[in-house]
Design a binder for this molecule. Structure first.
Ligand SMILES: [Zn+2]
Length: 120
């Protein structure tokens, strides 16, 4: 199982990426929320939903912000794009970029967009 991402592409560009820990339950939860029916999960990695193409990848891209799994809320990784001279990364504002952060509340639907929120 490796970390991955679910990418949503439409009208000529990628506009949303949902990161995932790679667990099949998490991937399916995200796909389901995006309108991919259960019968289509199996071994495909690309789906057409309306005018959008949804692609499941088995790796994370570089990210300029820290990353949590949308399915279960686990912390995955600190930002790793745009390195700074001191060895840290531009988007990461963590006090200690070596240690994990708190998990997030798993994906919720907020007026049609999928979001992660801190636990209250
Ligand atoms: Zn997960």
């Amino acid at each position: 199982m490796s970390y991955g991402q679910v990418e949503i592409y439409s009208h000529g560009s990628t506009h949303t990426i949902h990161e995932t820990c790679g667990h099949s339950n998490c991937n399916e939860k995200i796909l389901e929320a995006l309108g991919v029916g259960e019968e289509r999960y199996s071994d495909a990695y690309e789906f057409e939903v309306g005018e959008a193409t949804i692609t499941v990848r088995d790796h994370l891209g570089e990210s300029d912000s820290c990353v949590w799994c949308y399915g279960c809320g686990d912390f995955l990784r600190h930002a790793n794009a745009s390195p700074r001279p001191d060895g840290s990364y531009f988007g990461c504002r963590c006090g200690d970029p070596k240690s994990d952060r708190e998990p997030m509340e798993p994906m919720v639907d907020v007026n049609g967009s999928l979001e992660l929120r801190p636990f209250k």
